[in-house]
Structures are given as structure tokens and as C-alpha cells.
Design a protein around this ligand. Structure first.
Ligand code: IMP
Ligand code: MG
Length: 193
């Protein structure tokens, strides 16, 4: 059966109870972050430029929009990590599923992360990247959740502070779905209960 002719149309939008950040909110804020990075790194970047590291898979959509709002020489590379442990909470011990292809020694590095929740994944990742000797290392997080006892992370750029709810869209998933929503919203509880 060709696409579009199925009997049951399954829309991902139906499972969202509330939109937190619209497509336009995201576009505006990502543009601002890109402009701030362009201004902040203009002098140090030089011809080699900066390295933007995207943390897969959640950070992919954000990264692709962000790099197009940065006006300077730039390389983009991808890392995939998975938090050890069971359940939905980070354990803080991270397994590298895909490492960088780029040697970041002496480079100015920006890590583009979708969301900082406990902060444990990012804390571990930053320590590992720091040990590789970059000239500088900064974080551009799209979202930071308002949760108690978040790991102390120096996040140079934060797109939005967000409530402690389970959110999806614009790269963020629930069970690998909803990454393709163009906005960020709260999932209806009946979906995961
Ligand atoms: P942390 O180690 O607790 O900060 O977890 C970070 C990772 O968990 C993020 O990079 C996301 O991939 C994922 N995550 C945390 N909160 C949410 C959420 O509300 N929706 C979807 N993924 C989330
Ligand atoms: Mg992530």
C-alpha cells in the first residue's frame, strides 16, 4: 500500500497534552544562541574555527538548526552515549556508543545537548572531553530542567529553563518516538502509564 493510502492515519500530535515551546519559540531562541556564539567566539575561532559536538540522538535536531545560525568556520561531529543503569534516571556512568572522529586537542569545543535533567550524563561527558585537551570547552544546552540536586554544570548557553515534566519533540523522545515533532510539548500521561 503506498504512503498516504493507509486506512488508519496515526498522528504524533494527538499524544501531546500541552505545547511548551512552539516551532517559532525554538527558531527564535536557537537563532539567539547562534548569534551569541558567533559574537563570543569571533576572536578566538580563527581559520580553524570551532568544533560543535552534538550529543545523539536527542541533540541532533537542535544541533542542525544551531550550526546554521553560527557564522564562522565550524566543524560538527557527533557522539552517542548511553547512561548505564535501569529505569529512567541517569546513573552518571556513561557508555560511549559512538565516539568523535575529530581530534579536539587545542580546539575550541561547544557541546550541543538537548536537555540537562540530573546533569549526570553531561558531567561525565565533559570530564572525558576535558581530558582530551581542548583549548576551551563550553556547553550550549537547549533546555535545563528545574530539578533538585542537579549536577553542578557550567552551561554557558541555555535556551530555556523548563518544568520537571516529561517532554518530547524537537529531538527529544519517548521510547524513540516523537523526535519529529517540530515543537516541544508534554506527553499525555496515559501514553507512558
Ligand atoms: P541527565 O543525565 O539526567 O541530565 O539526562 C540527560 C538525558 O536524558 C538527556 O540528554 C535526554 O536525552 C534525556 N532526558 C532527560 N529528560 C528528558 C525528557 O523530559 N524527555 C526526553 N528525554 C529526556
Ligand atoms: Mg541527550
Amino acid at each position: 500500500m503506498p504512503p498516504g493510502s493507509s486506512e488508519k492515519v496515526v498522528s504524533v500530535h494527538n499524544d501531546i497534552s500541552k505545547v511548551l515551546f512552539s516551532e517559532q519559540d525554538l527558531a527564535n531562541r536557537v537563532r539567539e544562541i547562534g548569534e551569541n556564539i558567533t559574537a563570543d567566539y569571533a576572536e578566538v575561532a580563527g581559520e580553524a574555527g570551532i568544533v560543535v559536538i552534538s550529543v545523539l540522538r536527542g541533540g541532533a535536531v537542535y544541533t542542525c538548526d544551531l550550526i546554521r545560525c553560527i557564522d564562522m568556520p565550524l566543524e560538527v561531529d557527533f557522539m552517542a552515549v548511553s547512561s548505564y543503569g535501569s529505569g529512567v534516571k541517569s546513573s552518571g556512568v556513561v557508555r560511549i556508543l559512538k565516539d568523535l572522529a575529530t581530534d579536539i586537542r587545542g580546539r575550541h569545543v561547544i557541546v550541543a545537548e538537548d536537555i540537562i535533567d540530573s546533569g549526570l550524563t553531561l558531567k561525565y561527558l565533559l570530564e572525558m572531553l576535558q581530558s582530551r585537551g581542548p583549548a576551551s570547552l563550553a556547553v550550549a544546552g537547549l533546555l535545563r530542567k528545574d530539578v533538585p540536586n542537579q549536577a553542578d554544570i557550567d552551561c554557558r548557553y541555555v535556551g530555556f529553563e523548563c518544568p520537571d515534566e516529561f517532554i518530547v519533540g524537537y529531538g527529544l523522545d519517548y521510547a524513540e518516538h516523537y523526535r519529529n515533532l517540530p515543537y516541544i510539548g508534554v506527553l499525555k500521561p496515559e501514553i507512558y502509564q
